[in-house]
Design a protein around this ligand. Structure first.
Ligand code: SF4
Length: 484
């Protein structure tokens, strides 16, 4: 039967024509002159019985199938995990979360931690400002809010650094039972499919509609579970590329699936009078429905902005430590900006299009100014290139090495710096990119003289030098390998 199903729990069915009439009447009754027009009914949840049924089906599935995650109960755990989960997969977060909670078992303990300790634990998780803000917020709760967390989404967002609308809604609903919705990437995907929303899902008008929808749908008696269920559905069933529609607990409410399976009317053409030429929530006319994509027609995003291309020269300075083991010099980045406060090998941002020879000279000058004694460009040994993609930056590190004899005294007035063993390096607050730099410095295989070495991976350069642990170098390229 065409139209909206009341679902298993509600058991009520209505014809599409009666729904359309009802929705039109509802629209007429709330329209205010000058206010933006409400979205067309096919993109809304307007039937209370259907909403009730969807809540029941989703919560029943969640109770049966929810993943066992360590942060489901503690208020502080929800907060820490929600911050860590921004832009990061659950599987990656679990280990970081457990270590974090073990190291700082109370808000007071976190408030007393140094930024250095926070960065050390956060190393490798990316988006480092998240850890910094989390700690700033802990300090604020302890020092300005008498140790009491704000309890509503509005106060959480207003009072705590690093807590945006989504995180505030998640904490307030999960920890304090506030009936407020949440919209994250998983929820966007599920809602866009449930209601055939094909306009750019990152555009403010669509995001606003999705928040309205999440607030309408959230279960009043179990808001935290409902929100987690919706996110869990997006993470495990309604996944981006191959959603498991057959196993989906809300499939009877899903208009994208109905459109694909041919059950009922095709909503965004036949039910939505505004869809032809100008519905704000339908796919744009320039990108019509593509039947080969099925339900994955939804959601849609505007084309991603191309990342900025950046090249940086970085130098692995190495000396023999007191037990003969190699030690490396690392310096601290400024306390603001990209990778704030993290440690790295001495590095220099390169001007666009600089020739290799000039890059080397610029790096030598940079090191010389910083160390206070002459560094010849010819002493810098090229190791190769390491590519690392940040969310908005395509970063290429041109890696050099410079072995040093004996001790080196650094100017204490320059950036904070220290010598570390390989083990200490990995325990320091260093980015994944720098770990790749050190890893690739040592990653090239030993080549028999005159053989033709193969690069280890696509990021491995086709030629360069390899610093050996005995202080000698392999110079290699795709034609030859020479030990000197
Ligand atoms: S039926 Fe398929 S597309 Fe629709 S919500 Fe469920 S998994 Fe997603």
């Amino acid at each position: 039967m065409p139209g909206v199903s009341g679902g298993a729990a509600g058991g009520r069915r209505r014809s599409s024509s009666s729904l359309r009439g009802r929705a039109k009447r509802a629209r007429r009754s709330v329209e205010v002159p000058g206010a933006p027009a409400p979205p067309p009914a096919p993109h809304l949840f307007s039937d209370p019985a259907e909403i009730e049924a969807l809540r029941g089906n989703l919560l029943a599935w969640y109770d049966r199938c929810k993943r066992d995650l360590p942060w489901r109960t503690l208020v502080r755990g929800v907060w820490v995990s929600e911050i860590m989960l921004q832009q990061t997969q659950v599987a990656t977060v679990i280990d970081y979360y457990n270590r974090w909670m073990q190291k700082w078992p109370t808000l007071q303990a976190l408030a007393q931690a140094s930024l250095e300790e926070v960065n050390e634990l956060w190393a490798g998780l990316g988006y480092y400002s998240r850890g910094k803000r989390l700690q700033e917020a802990a300090r604020k709760v302890v020092s300005e809010l008498a140790g009491q967390m704000p309890r509503t989404a509005e106060d959480l967002q207003k009072l705590l650094p690093g807590v945006g609308r989504y995180t505030a809604g998640a904490i307030a609903s999960i920890s304090y039972g506030q009936a407020t919705g949440v919209v994250d990437g998983n929820v966007i995907r599920v809602l866009c499919r449930l209601r055939c929303i094909g306009a750019d899902s990152s555009s403010p008008p669509v995001i606003d509609r999705l928040w309205d929808m999440a607030n309408t749908l959230v279960d009043r008696s179990r808001p935290g579970d409902f929100n987690q269920a919706l996110m869990e559905l997006g993470a495990t069933v309604c996944v981006p590329k191959a959603p498991l529609c057959g196993e989906c607990p809300v499939k009877q409410h899903c208009r994208a699936r109905r459109r694909v399976s041919g059950e009922g009317a095709v909503p965004d053409v036949e039910d939505c009078g505004k869809c032809v030429g100008g519905c704000p929530l339908c796919p744009p006319a320039t990108e019509p429905w593509d039947s080969s994509l099925g339900v994955t027609n939804f959601p849609r995003k505007a084309a991603k902005k191309q990342p900025r291309v950046v090249k940086t020269a970085t130098c692995v300075l190495e000396r023999r430590g007191c037990h003969g083991a190699p030690e490396y010099l690392i310096v601290q980045r400024p306390n603001s900006g990209l990778l704030a406060g993290l440690w790295e090998f001495p590095s220099l941002l390169l001007a666009q299009g600089l020739q290799e020879e000039k890059q080397q000279e610029a790096l030598a000058d940079h090191l010389q100014a910083w160390m206070g004694w002459p560094v010849a460009a010819g002493d810098l040994q090229l190791i190769g290139e390491v590519v690392h993609i940040f969310s908005h930056i395509h970063q290429t590190y041109v890696v050099y090495s410079l072995p040093l004899d004996g001790d080196v005294t650094l100017d204490p007035a320059s950036s904070p710096s220290r010598w570390v063993t390989e083990e200490e390096f990995h325990a320091s607050a260093v980015s994944t990119a720098m770990k790749k730099v050190l890893g690739d410095t040592w990653a090239f295989p030993s080549f028999p003289l005159g053989s033709s070495p193969q690069p280890l991976s696509p990021s491995t350069p086709s030629s360069g030098h390899r610093l050996l642990r005995d202080g000698t170098f392999h110079v290699w390229d795709h034609r030859r390998a020479v030990l000197r």
